[in-house]
Structures are given as structure tokens and as C-alpha cells.
Design a protein around this ligand. Structure first.
Ligand SMILES: *Cc1c(COP(=O)(O)O)cnc(C)c1O
Length: 403
């Protein structure tokens, strides 16, 4: 009998087909081997899984509900739209699902400190939260430009007790923050855990983070069945690195359910105007793994843009590259304006303010529902939009509600 998909993918070296792997400096090989071996053991340990389950229930507030959006479905007069409400997870997004698990792993490994980079600060805030809960130190590396841009998240991290280290070289954004965090980690991999923020990076992170996020999909499958007596026809999520999408997809991979990964089309199809790696990218290695990425003319990670600051990443998790290459997932696009429209539409018709990242998936679902009026569509609403309201109202006037 064939092994279930989640047990057979990735292979022992972290490959999903040709994508994934661990392309790391020799000094880090030992540290990653340790993490890999520990995770291999803990992922089968009743004690670890039981403790994680307790934390999810009593601290994070899981399970998060599924909401049927009757008003929105009527408004688009098409298929039925349902939301998996990760906006109601503690800290307001799906990221805490893997951060709590990574921190628990650090605890089991006897580590003292969590270290990571952050772009817009969402991963930093979630990790700082997990560190506070587990009594671990937390050091977040962030580009100086991002520190200025994302002031509220910097304040949140500091309130939560984390140390924020500015990356001051180069363009002073995410790439430099990754370099800076890796350097700091290299100095002492024995007492620190590098906690990656999505299904990216060297093996075992794409697998580990997927497994930690799969709680979203397995909850949703059971809840959806309880509500409707069937499976959804289509499941969709926005993709930056791809953790919230892998989280919800992983429960449905072997089911007759269409899966749509939505990439940010930004404001155009030229390099630098979007961050649609799977749509416009090509194969390459970056941040320690082989995947499909956006490159500049020298072959380095290309410039990216999206109105959703959590999804402007020039590559994508290797499992997404694999699933799309074998035709198991479809790729959809949503541009900045469509995301803003969905942001306001969901707010005004359902009383749910979505994160701008999540609004990409909502926008695609609205379009899809119109064209597929008989289908039930499940959207992973990866986070709430409170963090985005100042930016939105400054740049996009609040529309008059249409009924
Ligand atoms: C970070 C973030 C994302 C993008 O991360 P993935 O790893 O692609 O899921 C999406 N939505 C929200 C709300 C985020 O904070």
C-alpha cells in the first residue's frame, strides 16, 4: 500500500521532487542535523503532541471556527464562500501555529534563545509571543528600513520582551535581516534555535512548519463536514512563503478537492511590480533551498512588491513549487486593487476586517464564486486586518457600501 502523502513527502533529505533540500554552510550542518533528528523523534512523541494540543486549546484559542459568508455569497451571486478564521487565532494570524510549536521544540532541545528575521514584523511578533510563553529569550533581526516602516510591530516585539536587532547593511530590508540573523545564529547554534517563519528555508523547516500548520486544514475538514455533510469543492489561500496555504491544503491533498494558491500580482507583471514567484519565476537556490524564484539579471533574488507586506517574498516554499509542477495545485493571481476591494467588501458585508494578505485569497474566491455558482469554496482567512487600517484609509478612500 502507498504511504499517505504527508508521510512520504518530503523524502529523507527534504526533497519534494527536485525542490527543497538543505543548501547550508558547513558550519550549520551539525545544527540542522540536530533539529532534524529531534523533530523526527518528537513528531511521533505522544508527550510532545499532547502538550502542543493543550497549548493550542488553552492558549491560542483553537479550534478557530469556520464562518459561512451568506451576505458575501449573495453579493457575488455565485458559489458559497466559507472562511477558516485564523484571524481569531491568538495574535490575530496563523503564524502563531508554527511559532508555538517551534518554541516547544526549542524547549525540548534545551535551547535558551529563539532567533529569527522578520520583514514586516508579523513573524517577529508571533515568535516574541511564543518566547514569552515558554520563558525563552528572543532576538529578532529586522532591516532598518522595515523598522521605520513597521513601527507598531517593533513596539509590540519590545513590549513582549524581545530584543530587536537592526540590520544596517545593503538595502536594510528582509534579505539583510536574514543575513544578520544567520550570522548571529552561527555564533552559537548550541544554545539558540533559528525559528523560520514559513514553509521555506533548509530542510527540515518546510516539512516542520507544514506539519505545525496542518492543524488548520485538519480542523477545517472536520468542521466543514459537520456543517455541510461534504467536502468543499475548492480550497484557497494566499501564498507568500506559503505556510498558511500549506496548512489548509495539507488535509485535502488526497481528496477530490481543487486547491488554488493565490499569488500577489501587485501593480504589474514587470520584475519589481509583483511577488508572484510561481507565475513569473524560474528554478534557483536561495535562503538554503531549491525552488521557483524571482531573479534579477544577475541571478540574485529579484525586487518584489505587494500591498500585503507578509507576502512580498521572491521565492516560495518548495512544496508549493512541487505541487504546482505536478498539477495538484492551481495558481491564481490577485493584484493590489482587487485585494483592497475585497478588504472593504468583506468588512462591509460580513463585519470581518481581513489582513491585506488574506484579502488576496478572498478576492480570488469572489471571482471564482461568480464563475462557479454551484461550488462550495473554503478560504483560509490567514489573519485580521487591524495592522493594515492606517495604511489603507490613507491610500484608498473608504467606499460607500453597495448592496
Ligand atoms: C505572514 C502572513 C502571510 C504570509 O505567510 P505565508 O507563509 O505565505 O502563509 C499571510 N497572511 C498573514 C495574515 C500573514 O501575517
Amino acid at each position: 500500500m502507498q504511504k499517505p502523502y504527508l508521510e512520504s513527502m518530503p523524502d529523507a533529505n527534504g526533497f519534494f521532487g527536485k525542490f527543497g533540500g538543505a543548501f547550508i554552510p558547513p558550519q550549520l550542518e551539525e545544527a540542522f542535523r540536530e533539529i532534524n533528528q529531534a523533530y523526527d523523534k518528537l513528531s511521533k512523541s505522544f508527550e510532545f503532541l499532547h502538550e502542543l494540543k493543550k497549548i493550542r486549546k488553552h492558549y491560542q484559542g483553537r479550534p478557530t471556527p469556520i464562518t459561512y459568508c451568506k451576505n458575501l455569497s449573495d453579493f457575488v451571486s455565485g458559489g458559497q464562500i466559507y472562511l477558516k478564521r485564523e484571524d481569531l487565532n491568538h495574535t490575530g494570524a496563523h503564524k502563531l501555529n508554527h511559532c508555538m510549536a517551534e518554541a516547544l521544540l526549542a524547549k525540548y532541545l534545551g535551547k535558551k534563545k529563539l532567533i529569527a528575521e522578520t520583514g514586516a514584523g508579523q513573524h517577529g511578533v508571533a515568535l516574541a509571543t511564543a518566547a514569552a510563553y515558554f520563558g525563552l529569550e528572543c532576538e529578532i533581526h529586522m532591516g532598518e528600513v522595515d523598522i521605520a516602516k513597521e513601527h507598531p510591530n517593533v513596539v509590540r516585539m519590545k513590549i513582549l520582551g524581545a530584543k530587536v536587532v537592526p540590520a544596517t547593511h545593503g538595502l536594510k530590508t528582509l534579505k539583510e535581516a536574514v543575513d544578520s540573523a544567520f550570522d548571529a545564529y552561527l555564533k552559537d547554534p548550541a544554545t539558540q534555535l533559528f525559528a523560520i517563519g514559513s514553509v521555506v528555508g533548509p530542510h527540515p523547516f518546510p516539512k516542520m512548519v507544514r506539519d505545525f500548520q496542518s492543524v488548520v486544514g485538519f480542523e477545517a475538514k472536520e468542521q466543514f463536514h459537520e456543517m455541510t455533510g461534504k467536502l468543499p469543492d475548492m480550497v484557497t489561500a494566499c501564498v507568500g512563503g506559503g505556510s498558511n496555504a500549506m496548512g489548509i491544503f495539507s488535509a485535502f491533498i488526497e481528496d477530490p478537492v481543487k486547491l488554488y494558491a493565490i499569488e500577489p500580482a501587485g501593480k504589474g507583471s514587470n520584475l519589481g511590480e509583483h511577488s508572484a514567484s510561481l507565475t513569473y519565476g524560474s528554478e534557483g537556490i536561495m535562503h538554503g533551498f531549491n525552488s521557483i524564484m524571482l531573479k534579477d539579471k544577475d541571478g540574485n533574488p529579484g525586487p518584489v512588491h505587494s500591498i500585503g507586506s507578509g507576502i512580498d517574498y521572491p521565492s516560495v516554499g518548495p512544496e508549493h513549487a512541487y505541487l504546482s509542477s505536478i498539477g495538484r495545485t492551481n495558481i491564481g493571481l490577485c493584484n493590489d486593487d482587487e485585494a483592497v476591494d475585497a478588504f472593504y467588501t468583506l468588512s462591509q458585508h460580513e463585519g470581518i476586517i481581513p489582513a491585506l494578505e488574506s484579502a488576496h485569497a478572498v478576492a480570488f474566491a469572489m471571482k471564482y464564486a461568480k464563475e462557479n455558482p454551484k461550488e462550495a469554496i473554503l478560504v483560509n482567512l490567514s489573519g485580521r486586518g487591524d495592522k493594515d487600517i492606517d495604511y489603507i484609509v490613507e491610500h484608498y478612500p473608504i467606499p460607500v457600501k453597495h448592496t
